[in-house]
Design a protein around this ligand. Structure first.
Ligand SMILES: NC(=O)c1ccc[n+]([C@@H]2O[C@H](COP(=O)([O-])OP(=O)(O)OC[C@H]3O[C@@H](n4cnc5c(N)ncnc54)[C@H](OP(=O)(O)O)[C@@H]3O)[C@@H](O)[C@H]2O)c1
Length: 248
């Protein structure tokens, strides 16, 4: 039964940081995790792997294509029907790379659709369900230091990705989080902007240990404290995975 548990929905939970967060949350019997996946096949594989861990938390999988508002609406309906509320939304899914030859226009459009418009519509669509939370509802927008304007213009920072569609979309996601932080400041909803750091994942061809990417678990684990209410004072800041902050 999920009704007495904290219900956490993680977009893009079939892989990388989202999957690791789901895995870590399941160690807690008070959590019910909904992972989403745009591919049912990949989602089912991830769900099976998580269930095989036989952890005390519970988990289910729902389909979500973030670039399709109808898919977001259908997901919200499914959550409403099954649970009647949501306690935390982790806007984790993102598009980080494109096949060689993809036009700049398409890269920009798809990056913004997946990394900004999708999360914005997720917040709007799930707000009524978050309002029904029996605890403090929380939103985490998983962003990147690559979206920091201050860092991008610092010429001493040579290790930051220079991928304009991704950089621009994450800067815009940061502004979405800043706007929502202000918009909901008088409500119980807390909005967090969090960068997991450079991690091994499927995000791009550079997310490999050989290039210096760190294990995915350390990028996901700080979100446990956020979701457990230990970081509420840092809502509205640009948090990193080392307990510090990025400049906007
Ligand atoms: N890894 C890093 O170094 C790093 C650093 C800073 C920030 N981040 C952020 O961390 C988050 C997680 O990324 P990750 O590194 O874990 O990468 P990942 O392994 O590629 O995971 C991304 C997830 O998002 C899903 N996704 C992508 N586009 C989608 C769409 N249009 N609709 C629905 N789902 C979609 C992917 O699904 P598929 O499996 O179907 O592709 C996958 O489940 C992202 O927001 C990323 O920007 C990562």
């Amino acid at each position: 039964m999920s009704s007495d548990k904290v219900i956490v929905l993680i977009t893009g939970g079939n892989s990388g940081i989202g999957y690791s967060l789901a895995e870590q949350l399941l160690a807690d019997k008070t959590k019910h995790v909904i992972i989403t996946s745009r591919s049912i096949e990949k989602g089912d594989t991830a769900l099976k792997a998580l269930q095989e861990l036989k952890q005390p938390g519970s988990v289910e999988m729902m389909q979500l294509q973030l670039t399709d508002p109808d898919s977001i609406a259908a997901l919200a309906e499914e959550v409403q029907e099954k649970h009647g509320r949501l306690d935390a939304l982790v806007n984790n899914a993102a598009q980080g790379a494109f096949p060689e030859g993809t036009s700049t226009f398409e890269q920009m459009q798809t990056s913004f659709a997946a990394n900004v418009s999708g999360p914005a519509v997720m917040v709007e669509t799930f707000k009524p369900l978050l309002d029904k939370s029996t605890t403090t509802p929380r939103i985490i927008n998983v962003t990147s230091g690559a979206g920091s304007l201050a860092t991008r213009t610092d010429l001493t920072k040579t290790d930051l990705p220079l991928v304009p569609p991704y950089n621009c979309s994450k800067a815009a996601l940061n502004m979405l989080g800043a706007c929502d932080f202000v918009k909901y400041k008088d409500e119980k909803l807390k909005v967090f902007t969090y960068c997991p750091g450079y991690r091994v994942s499927n995000l791009s061809q550079f997310n490999k240990a050989e290039y210096g990417a760190k294990p995915v678990e350390g990028g996901a684990s700080p979100m446990l404290d956020i979701l457990n209410g230990q970081k509420d004072g840092e809502a509205g800041t640009f948090m990193n995975s080392e307990g510090g902050h990025w400049p906007w």
